[in-house]
Ligand binder design. Structure first.
Ligand code: FMN
Length: 360
């Protein structure tokens, strides 16, 4: 029976377990959005995961939010910084994908160069406020992207994918979740376009399909993953029929031969919320990762039942650098300290203790 410790090969990459470190923004890069030794240590400490996925990483200066320590991968310094990280993870025996992202409508005018204005699929502002160094600021109404603007962003994804290769990553994850640009195209609450990028599911999927096509210039399909979050309301996101729409998106991804599809959906579905994972599983037969509040017992159950092939863990990996080893030896877990999730130093980042193994 498949368990968390059953090995799995995705594409041509052999993973020792089904335990994935979920992508997590931690604001610990150097100013200039450049990863450094602290990030290398953090990720290397967690290299025993079957697969490590990095925090959301910006593909160009126009994809940004106002946090100078949120990493990018659009210049040589950032690429060199990520090389430190991948080198450290590989030296520790691990495998690491980078999560490539564009903020779209959730960017801030103050952060964009050249008088650029935040852009999204449609001129619909997200309700609410975004975190900035100067406190919360309301989201602005974005410009609706032109086809030329869309093509430019597709090219930026390809450039970042090329840099990811040069930086030594094992693969890339396209961030299509949590209310950022790709997700803004996929869901009909934020995409009301009437051209070839809106209307039908196939059209809302077109932007993602073009990104996958462009990054394939640098990576085989088996080293490209996609993350989606059909029901996550974060950043004012919604969809009129997440089960049907994302089952259809999963079916469109199915023939592409990707490394994996990564679905953020709650392990325990709240009353009244649609359960999207079974419909996605029925439509997608490649490696499927699920994430969202999974504890060990939920994860073992979903793997044993064939509901997913891998499980990603977020907070548990923040607090337990040696999470697989703890589970193997049935050791207790450290609790995560939320107050240090987005601070900028080593505290709460590289100082969670690993187990002292009795036989060492
Ligand atoms: C501090 C923190 C930062 C996160 N940053 C990202 C991110 O950069 N990209 C992303 O796709 N999800 C991000 N997430 C969501 C996680 O990847 C994961 O889906 C979520 O935490 C649920 O898993 P968990 O219950 O095991 O923590 C973040 C979560 C946390 C706690």
């Amino acid at each position: 029976m498949t368990s968390l410790f059953s090995p799995l090969t995705i594409g041509d990459l052999a993973l020792p377990s089904r335990i994935v470190m979920a992508p997590m923004t931690r604001h610990r890069a150097l100013h200039g959005k450049i990863p450094g030794h602290l990030n290398a240590l953090h990720y290397a400490q967690r290299a025993s995961a079957g697969l490590v996925i990095t925090e959301s990483t910006e593909i160009d200066p126009h994809s940004s939010i106002d946090v100078p320590t949120r990493p990018g991968l659009f210049n040589d310094e950032q690429q060199a910084g990520w090389r430190l990280v991948t080198g450290a993870v590989h030296a520790a025996g691990g495998r690491i994908f980078v999560q490539l992202s564009h903020m779209g409508r959730t960017a801030l005018p103050s952060q964009l160069r050249d008088d650029r204005w935040p852009a999204g699929p449609s001129a619909l502002a997200a309700a609410g406020k975004v975190y900035t160094a100067n406190g919360p600021e309301p989201y602005v109404e974005p410009q609706a992207l032109t086809p030329a603007g869309i093509a430019g962003i597709v090219a930026e994804f390809a450039n970042a994918a090329a840099r990811a290769k040069n930086a030594g990553f094992d693969g890339i994850e396209i961030h299509g979740a949590n209310g950022y640009l790709v997700d803004q195209f996929l869901r009909d609450g934020s995409n009301i376009r009437s051209d070839g990028y809106g209307g039908t599911v196939e059209n809302r999927f077109r932007f993602l399909r073009e990104i996958i096509g462009a990054v394939k210039a640098y990576w085989p399909a088996g080293r490209i993953g996609v993350r989606v979050s059909p029901t996550n309301p974060f950043q004012d996101m919604s969809d009129s029929d997440p089960v049907a729409h994302f089952a259809a998106i999963a079916a469109l991804l199915q023939p592409l031969g990707l490394a994996y599809l990564h679905v953020v959906a709650p392990a325990i579905v709240p009353e009244g919320q649609a359960d999207v994972a079974p419909a996605i599983r029925a439509a997608f037969h490649g490696p499927l990762i699920v994430a969202g509040g999974y504890r060990r017992e939920h994860a073992e159950a979903v793997l044993a039942g064939g509901g997913a092939d891998l499980v990603a863990f977020g907070e548990a990996f923040i607090a337990n650098p040696d999470l697989p080893q703890r589970w193997r030896s049935n050791a207790p877990l450290n609790a995560a300290d939320k107050s240090t999730f987005y601070t900028t130093d080593a505290k709460g980042y590289t100082d969670y203790p690993s187990l002292e193994l009795v036989d060492e």
